[in-house]
Write a protein that binds this ligand. Structure first.
Ligand code: 5GP
Length: 190
């Protein structure tokens, strides 16, 4: 039977713990690979070019938009672009694997519109808005100004939950990881 690559799109308001869940799924399933996004934001100290992101200039990003190179892209924060390259999707499917994405809410909805039933969208929801804000503050990766931007955006994104295939309340991380595993497996077995 010919391989039909699928997409598992994990999204959440910033700070809801989606990256941990994505990493867990990648470690659990060797038939899934991570879609490395392109971004114009600054590289953080621990990040690796080509593994966490492709860090590119805004000029280059705009050129790629003009060339229709993106499956989706968003200005996630003011003047900071993030996007999924079509070449990244092709690369992973050509290697015989399914793809997992860690992208924002709007980008997730775009991929769903584009790939329909080949795509599962999972919305990770924090148990409460207060906890989400606490997690963002604890992360200490942002300046106070950037932190405020993220809190505002996360609050807005919480209102989109009904548009997703599966809503996962991230209370106890261990249980959430297990739940994500089950949902993913069920979707890939369809
Ligand atoms: P961070 O700067 O913390 O790595 O990511 C900021 C936000 O951008 C996160 O919500 C992340 O999931 C999202 N993001 C990362 N890559 C992409 C992408 O390719 N497209 C979209 N739309 N959002 C992305």
């Amino acid at each position: 039977m010919e391989f039909e690559g699928k997409l598992i799109v994990v999204t959440a308001p910033s700070g809801a713990g989606k990256t941990t869940i994505v990493k867990h799924l990648l470690q659990k399933f060797d038939f899934i690979d991570f879609s490395v996004s392109a971004t114009t934001r600054e590289k953080r100290a621990h990040e690796i070019e080509g593994m966490d992101y492709f860090f590119i200039t805004t000029e280059k990003f705009k050129q790629l938009i003009a060339d229709n190179a993106f499956a989706e892209y968003e200005m996630v924060y003011q003047d900071q672009y993030y996007g999924t390259l079509m070449s990244e999707i092709d690369r992973i499917w050509n290697s015989g694997k399914h793809i997992i994405f860690d992208i924002d809410v709007q980008g997730a909805l775009t991929l769903k519109r584009k790939f329909k039933e080949r795509c599962l969208t999972i919305f990770i929801k924090p148990p409460s808005k207060e906890l989400l804000i606490k997690r963002l503050i604890q992360r200490k990766t942002e300046s106070p100004e950037a932190l405020k931007k993220r809190i505002d955006k996360a609050s807005h994104e919480l209102s989109f939950e009904s548009l997703f295939d599966y809503v996962l309340v991230n209370d106890l991380l261990e249980i959430s990881c297990k739940e994500a595993e089950l949902v993913t497996q069920r979707f890939l077995n369809q």
